[in-house]
Design a protein. Structure first.
Length: 451
């Protein structure tokens, strides 16, 4: 990185950033209070609020959102007449999955092979630290040249929409000229990237019932309708022979026309086993950024250990559907429900329950903020040109903000590059990426204020 005062300050602040990220990662802030104590999420929220207060933010508040979680808000005034920039991240995290598969404890930040490991290190507690680093670097080098609003969401990973609903009920709260979403990532380590599209999402629980109770498979099997077998048929109907997602009435969407994703590189990034083929058709970028994708997230059925020879009376699954840009998530949800009902065999009773939903997003890359970010990235990543990429995941708040504030410019950056393995075991963050992106964000705020 070329030497400049902002970059030098960020470098000096990195030990503090590591210590703070360790404190934040230690909170088991999974916003599923059936699995993890509410106190863990509330503790993480208070940590963020205290950090904002220490940086001179005003009006710092823990916002009780309609889904029962808390988002953290603060306002840092800038020079009179300056523009307003909203900085977003989320402090809630995905469950750690099987903790025995982690090389080090998931809620203990651990340095190994040049990376920092821990649940949320990249997604998205690292984003909270990135914003703080950028602001501290500016304060140490002439001051923050814009008004800053800071929002840290408490239930992004659950998709339950608490912050979206709160923002809609308080439309002035998050109003800004530009929004920087710190929850995306570079295409690869060292390649500066802004995310310009996001797939939307919908999550459904589906339940199949066939009998009043389980039956002996020797006495009744062969004629008694098996609910688990029926559910398997339903789930299989969501994929064509080549693995392409098939939801009746839901189109495949247009092809991706931005940054290409080499298939060999994707296999390495996804850690696909030798000899196992990829699913779907079209380019890799088409499949993960521009087309729908249904995933079976979980199934309630008897475990293999301890199973009895029984015909199952009921079975349940959790299904996630990623919705391509240009499609409507609510319509996709209706199509998914209709598909599940139509493909349930043997007259079995099927019921669905919607758990979460978020609209897809497409950014306006012609806006002045994008040029300001490109200039900043060129300094933070010398010799590299800022790239545009899509992201298969969802950030439902993006469309809420674009609807509430149609003139606002929205940029998505972040720490979730492929090596970060977000949502998987052994999630990690590259401290070099944290440093460079913090510099880029600080320089962006300075560039944007000057335009």
């Amino acid at each position: 990185m070329s030497s400049n005062p902002v970059a030098e300050t960020v470098t000096e602040l990195m030990p503090r950033a590591k210590a703070e990220l360790a404190e934040l990662v230690a909170f088991k802030s999974v916003a599923d209070f059936d699995q993890f104590p509410r106190s863990e999420s509330e503790g993480a929220a208070r940590w963020v609020a205290d950090a904002l207060s220490a940086e001179g933010f005003e009006d710092v508040a823990l916002l009780d959102t309609p889904d029962g979680t808390q988002s953290v808000y603060g306002y840092l005034p800038g020079p009179e007449g300056a523009r307003t920039v909203l900085l977003y991240a989320h402090y809630d995290v995905q469950p750690p999955l099987d903790e025995t598969r982690w090389s080090t404890p998931p809620f203990e930040l651990t340095e190994r092979d040049g990376r920092w490991y821990g649940r949320g290190a990249a997604d998205c507690k690292g984003g909270v630290i990135m914003h703080l680093l950028a602001l501290r670097a500016l304060k140490a080098n002439g001051g923050v040249p814009v008004h800053v609003k800071f929002i840290a969401e408490g239930s992004e990973e659950m998709g339950t929409g608490g912050l979206q609903q709160y923002a809609e009920a308080h439309p002035e709260l998050l109003k800004a000229d530009t929004v920087v979403i710190g929850d995306a990532g570079n295409f690869r380590v060292g390649l500066p990237t802004v995310t310009t599209t996001l797939r939307g999402m919908t999550t459904l629980r589906v339940r199949v019932d066939t009998l009043q109770g389980n039956l002996h498979s020797g006495q009744f099997g062969g004629a008694a309708p098996d609910a688990l077998a029926a559910l398997i048929r339903v789930l299989d109907s969501l994929r064509a022979e080549d693995g392409t997602t098939t939801v009746d009435g839901l189109g495949q969407g247009p092809s991706w026309d931005g940054l290409a994703y080499d298939e060999k590189q994707f296999r390495e990034d996804a850690k696909v086993l030798d000899g196992v083929g990829l699913i779907g058709s079209g380019s890799v970028a088409d499949r993960i950024w521009a087309r729908p994708s249904a995933t079976v997230l979980g199934i309630d059925c008897p475990p293999v250990v301890g199973a009895t020879p029984s015909v199952q009376a009921s079975a349940r699954a959790l299904i996630g559907l990623r919705v391509p840009p240009g499609a409507d998530a609510a319509e996709a949800t209706e199509l998914l429900v209709a598909h599940l009902e139509a493909h349930t065999p043997w007259g079995a009773r099927v019921s669905t329950e919607q758990i979460g939903q978020g609209q897809p997003f497409r950014a306006d890359t012609s806006s002045p903020a994008y040029q300001a970010m490109a200039d900043a990235m060129a300094v933070a990543y010398p010799g590299e040109e800022m790239q545009y990429a899509g992201q298969g995941g969802s950030i439902p708040l993006c469309n809420t903000l674009s609807s509430l504030y149609p003139d606002a410019e929205i940029l998505l950056i972040g720490l979730s590059e492929p090596e970060a393995q977000i949502h998987a075991v052994n999630e990690s963050v590259s401290p070099q990426e944290l440093e460079r992106l913090s510099v880029a964000e600080a320089l962006f705020l300075r560039n944007y204020a000057a335009r």
